[in-house]
Ligand binder design. Structure first.
Ligand code: SF4
Length: 622
C-alpha cells in the first residue's frame, strides 16, 4: 500500500457542531476545540500498534469514509466493520478511511490520514447495535454533514455526500435510521459493495435523486428510504406505504456467496476489546431461538466448510495465537474437531463469545483446557426449563449442570451464565427455578475447585429481554407484560415489572458465596426496545440524544412520541410492521405460527436447509 503524509486538508474546527455527550456508557466525548486543534496533526496513537491498517494515496481515487458509531476499541473488535473496510479498500480506485466515535479530547478525523468528514463524497456507516444509533446521528452532524438526507444538496460533492448505511442493525430494521441515509444496504456486504460502488463512482455526473433511483432499481439489496412514504395510525402502527412504481414494494435481502475462505479478522490491535484473531464458522444459526434476531435475519444458516475455516485461520499473522471462533452454536462436532485439531497442532489458544451447553465435544473440551481460558460463558437465556422451551432453546437443567461440571473439571474456574428476564409469560416461579439452578450449579462446581485448591466463581449476567423485528417475539410486549397489561399507554408497568424482578433476584441471590451478579438496567433496555421496533419518526429524537443536549425522555417529548408505542405495545398478526419494507424471505405467517407454538410450549426442530421449506427462506420458488 502507498503511504502518504497528510496534505491539502483544511483544518476547520467550526465544523464541530455538537457536544457529543451520550448517556449510558464510557463514550462521553465532549469536544474541546483547543485540545482538538493540538491533536489533529498527529497520527492517532491507536494506529501505531494496529496490524492491517490500509493507507492509500488519494490521487485519482474515490474517497469513502467508513463510520463506526462507537469508540475505537469496540469498532476494531467488530468483524463486520473490518470486513467492509477491507472489501472497500480491495476495490480498484477506492480509498476507504475509518471514523470512530471519539473519546473526550480526541479529534473527529479519519484514522488513516486525519482528514475531516467533509473531504469525502461518499460516507458509509456500519451499524450493529441499537444503542449506537444516536452516536451515528451525532457523527454526521459533528462532521458538518447535513444529518438528514432530505437536507443534502442535489449536487453530490465532498461535504454533500451520499450517505450509505448498512450493518446488522440496518437489515434488522432500517426505519429508525431511514432519515439519515440516501441508500441502505439490506444484506451481506460481500454481495452488494462492488455493484454499489460501480454506480456511486458516477456521483459527479448525476443528481442525488437520479443516482439513488438508479441504485434502487438496479442493485439488489439497496433500499432508498427517501423514496418511500409512510402514513400512520393513531396507535403508532403503519397505515400505508407509497413509493415510485419503479422501486420494489419490498427490498429483498441479499446474502453472500459461499466462501472458500471463512471471513476473518483483517485488523488487529492491542486496544481492541477482544484481543484475538476472529474467524467466522458460518453465518446465521440453525437453532431457531425465538428471541434472536440474528438467527432469523441471517437465514439460511450457512456453515462454512472445515477447509474454508482452516484457510481463514491460516491467514492470521504469525504472532497471533489467540483465536476467537464466531458461530460455535451451529458448528457440527465433526467441524469443531477438525478446527480443534488444527489449532492444537499450531499451538493456538481458543476463545469464543458463548457456548452451547449441549455441544461441547471431547476434543473441543481438551483444547479449551489447553487454552488456559480463564472464563467461559454459557447462554441459558431462559430462567426455567419451561421458558427455555418457550424460546426454543431446549436446554435442560441437566445440560447446563453437565456443561458447567465438564468446564470446571477441564480447569476453567470462572463461568458466566447469561439469562434474560421479562420473557413472555414469565412468572416469579420461573425466577425461583433459576435461583434453584444457581444453587445446584454451585453445589456441583464449587467442590471441584476446592479439591484443586482453586476458587470457582460463577457470574450471572441477567439481562432484560428486548423484542426484536423478524423474530416470532416481534409481536410481544416489552417487560413480559400480557397484551392486556401492555394496552395501558405508558412504559410504567413494563419498567415496574422488570425492576420488581431485578430486586427479587438480587435479594434471593445476594447472600451466595463466590457469585457475581451483573444486572441490566431496565431503563436502558427500554431505550433499546424503543430503537429496535421504531420507525423513521424516531430520527429527530436520535439526533437530539446524540447532540448531548437532551435525555432520551426529553427528546421523545420534544417530538411528541410516546415510547410505549414502539417498545411496549403488543402487535397483532395483521399489523403491517414498518420493517416489512424489507424482505427476508420469511413467510408472513411463519413468525406468527412460531409465536403461537412458543405460547403452547412446543419446540421447533433445528433448520435442515437441504430438505426444509418451513419458513420460506430455503428453496423459495424462483
Ligand atoms: S426453510 Fe427451514 S432450514 Fe431454511 S431457514 Fe427456514 S426453517 Fe431453516
Amino acid at each position: 500500500m502507498d503511504v502518504i503524509a497528510n496534505g491539502g486538508v483544511s483544518w476547520d474546527t467550526t465544523s464541530f457542531l455538537f457536544d457529543f455527550s451520550v448517556e449510558n456508557d464510557d463514550c462521553n466525548a465532549i469536544f474541546d476545540k483547543t485540545v482538538l486543534f493540538l491533536m489533529m496533526r498527529t497520527m492517532p496513537s491507536v494506529l501505531i500498534n494496529e496490524i492491517g491498517t490500509v493507507r492509500k494515496k488519494w490521487t485519482d481515487r474515490l474517497p469513502v469514509a467508513l463510520l463506526y458509531p462507537n469508540i475505537y476499541s469496540v469498532a476494531v473488535s467488530n468483524l463486520g466493520f473490518q470486513l467492509v473496510y477491507s472489501l472497500l479498500n480491495r476495490i480498484d480506485g477506492v480509498v476507504c478511511e475509518r471514523f470512530v466515535y471519539p473519546r473526550a479530547g480526541e479529534p473527529f478525523r479519519s484514522l488513516e490520514s486525519s482528514r475531516p468528514l467533509r473531504d469525502f463524497p461518499l460516507v458509509f456507516g456500519s451499524v450493529s447495535f441499537e444503542h449506537d444509533y444516536p452516536r451515528l446521528a451525532a457523527m454526521l452532524a459533528a462532521g458538518a454533514i447535513a444529518p438528514f438526507a432530505e437536507d443534502r444538496a442535489s449536487v453530490i460533492s465532498p461535504g454533500e455526500p451520499v450517505v450509505v448505511l448498512g450493518g446488522v442493525g440496518v437489515f434488522m430494521n432500517p426505519e429508525p435510521l431511514a432519515l439519515f441515509a440516501d441508500v441502505m444496504v439490506i444484506g451481506e456486504a460481500e454481495a452488494i459493495l462492488e455493484p454499489l460502488i460501480g454506480l456511486l463512482r458516477h456521483f459527479t455526473t448525476s443528481s442525488r435523486a437520479d443516482l439513488t433511483m438508479t441504485i434502487g432499481t438496479s442493485v439488489p439489496g439497496c433500499y432508498i428510504p427517501g423514496a418511500y412514504h409512510f402514513s400512520w395510525k393513531e396507535n403508532g402502527a403503519v397505515a400505508a406505504v407509497t413509493r415510485p412504481l419503479a422501486l420494489p414494494a419490498r427490498v429483498t435481502k441479499v446474502v453472500a456467496p459461499v466462501m472458500d475462505t471463512a471471513a476473518h479478522s483483517t485488523l488487529l490491535s492491542p486496544d481492541a476489546e477482544l484481543g484475538m484473531y476472529m474467524v467466522e464458522l458460518g453465518r446465521g444459526c440453525s437453532r431457531g431461538c425465538r428471541f434472536c434476531a440474528a438467527g432469523f435475519i441471517y437465514r439460511p444458516p450457512r456453515l462454512w466448510s472445515a477447509e474454508a475455516i482452516v484457510q481463514g485461520l491460516k491467514e492470521r499473522p504469525d504472532q497471533m495465537d489467540r483465536v476467537g471462533l464466531l458461530g460455535m452454536e451451529m458448528a457440527s462436532e465433526a467441524t469443531t474437531d477438525v478446527i480443534a485439531a488444527y489449532l492444537h497442532g499450531d499451538g493456538c489458544s481458543l476463545s469464543f463469545s458463548s457456548l452451547r451447553a449441549d455441544r461441547i465435544s471431547e476434543q473441543m473440551m481438551q483444547l479449551l483446557a489447553d487454552s488456559q481460558l480463564k472464563s467461559v460463558a454459557i447462554a441459558a437465556d431462559g430462567c426455567s426449563e419451561r421458558l427455555r422451551t418457550l424460546i426454543n432453546k431446549g436446554l435442560s437443567r441437566a445440560d447446563l449442570l453437565s456443561a458447567a461440571v465438564r468446564l470446571v473439571t477441564a480447569g476453567i474456574f470462572q463461568l458466566k451464565l447469561y439469562v434474560m428476564i421479562g420473557l413472555p409469560t414469565e412468572t416469579y416461579d420461573d425466577l425461583d427455578e433459576f435461583v434453584a439452578l444457581v444453587d445446584q450449579l454451585q453445589a456441583s462446581i464449587l467442590p471441584i475447585g476446592r479439591e484443586r485448591g482453586r476458587v470457582t466463581e460463577l457470574t450471572l449476567s441477567i439481562n432484560c429481554f428486548v423484542p426484536k423485528p423478524w423474530t416470532p417475539f416481534q409481536y410481544c410486549a416489552f417487560g413480559g407484560l400480557t397484551a392486556a397489561e401492555a394496552a395501558v399507554t405508558s412504559t410504567g408497568p413494563a419498567l415496574t415489572a422488570l425492576k420488581g424482578k431485578v430486586k427479587y433476584l438480587r435479594r434471593k441471590l445476594a447472600a451466595k458465596a463466590n457469585l457475581q451478579l451483573k444486572f441490566d438496567h431496565p431503563e436502558q433496555a427500554l431505550q433499546q426496545a424503543v430503537y429496535a421496533r421504531a420507525d423513521r419518526r424516531i430520527g429527530p429524537v436520535l439526533l437530539d440524544i446524540g447532540s448531548g443536549r437532551y435525555t432520551f425522555k426529553q427528546a421523545l417529548q420534544r417530538h411528541g412520541l410516546n415510547p410505549w408505542q414502539y417498545a411496549v405495545r403488543a402487535r397483532n398478526y395483521d399489523e403491517m410492521m414498518c420493517w416489512e419494507v424489507i424482505d427476508h424471505g420469511i413467510h408472513a405467517h411463519y413468525l406468527w405460527e412460531e409465536y403461537e407454538r412458543a405460547l403452547q410450549g412446543r419446540l421447533t426442530a433445528a433448520c435442515q436447509p437441504d430438505i426444509c421449506r418451513r419458513c420460506g427462506v430455503c428453496h423459495a420458488a424462483p
